[in-house]
Design a protein around this ligand. Structure first.
Ligand code: GLP
Length: 236
């Protein structure tokens, strides 16, 4: 695991955008796994400003709340449209995100996993990290060999994510998420961590020991992981 230390959030966003753009330059028809949350917002903004050509890129998002309407301004579909889809030349048919409106979540997850495989797998997966070490919505103690599935959010995640909702009761309690095995199959992984709330779990990543209570630590078993973190996230 390589660590790139940045002075602040702006530098982290710039480095992350350069990393993603390098992937697109190397392979213009790459499959990118994308993340939501507040951390990658700066990276998306920089990618838009860099005027990167997304015309041959395919994107697969990590996760989506369940159930949630696409039009809900807290859905990850809405988030991605606002920060990336509507601002770059991605083709609509090349955009994949789990459908939070489905009546058949298990089938949706199976189909999602199949689409990733049919496209030849993910070239680069971008990840944020939850305060409890979750990646996507793979919560502590979940199976480490899971593919895309429906999951129950922990109280910690509901509380952490409630800051975006009017009140905590509006936070969906379930989500559809790529599994740890889906993420681990990506050829290359980029994890972004910003702020002191992440220091505990980033410290665990640096320890290079797998702990099922901190799901991101499984990345120690992947051979191409880069962590871009700001100083606050590294300050333990
Ligand atoms: C959500 C997402 C994760 C994200 C995490 C951290 O729970 N499912 O993919 O990494 O939030 O979000 P933030 O970057 O806002 O701290």
């Amino acid at each position: 695991m390589r660590f790139i230390v940045c002075e602040n959030y702006d530098e982290l966003s710039q480095k992350a955008a350069e990393f993603v753009s390098a992937q697109i330059i190397l392979k213009p028809d790459c499959n990118l796994g994308l993340a939501t949350g507040s951390t990658p917002i700066g990276m998306y903004q920089k990618l838009v400003d860099m005027n990167i050509d997304f015309s041959n890129v395919t994107t697969f998002n990590l996760d989506e709340y369940y159930p949630i309407a696409r039009s809900n301004n807290q859905s990850y579909h809405y988030f991605m449209t606002e920060h990336l889809y509507s601002k770059v030349n991605l083709k609509p048919e090349n955009i994949f995100i789990p459908n939070g409106e489905t009546d058949t979540p298990t089938e949706e997850c199976k189909q999602y996993e199949k689409s990733i495989a049919e496209h030849g797998g993910l070239d680069l997966q971008v990840l944020g990290i939850g305060q409890n070490g979750h990646i996507g919505f793979n919560e502590p103690s979940e199976a480490l060999n899971s593919f895309t599935h429906i999951t129950q959010l922990t109280q910690n995640t509901i509380e952490a994510n409630s800051r975006f909702f009017k009140n905590i009761d509006e936070v969906p309690t379930q989500a559809l998420t790529m599994g740890i095995a889906t993420i681990m199959r990506a050829k290359r992984i980029l994890l972004l961590a910003s702020g002191k709330e992440k220091a505990r779990v980033v410290h665990a990543l640096q320890g290079n020991m797998i702990d099922p209570e901190i799901p991101a630590t499984i990345l120690a078993a992947h051979n191409d992981v880069t962590v871009i973190a700001d100083k606050a996230a590294l300050d333990t």
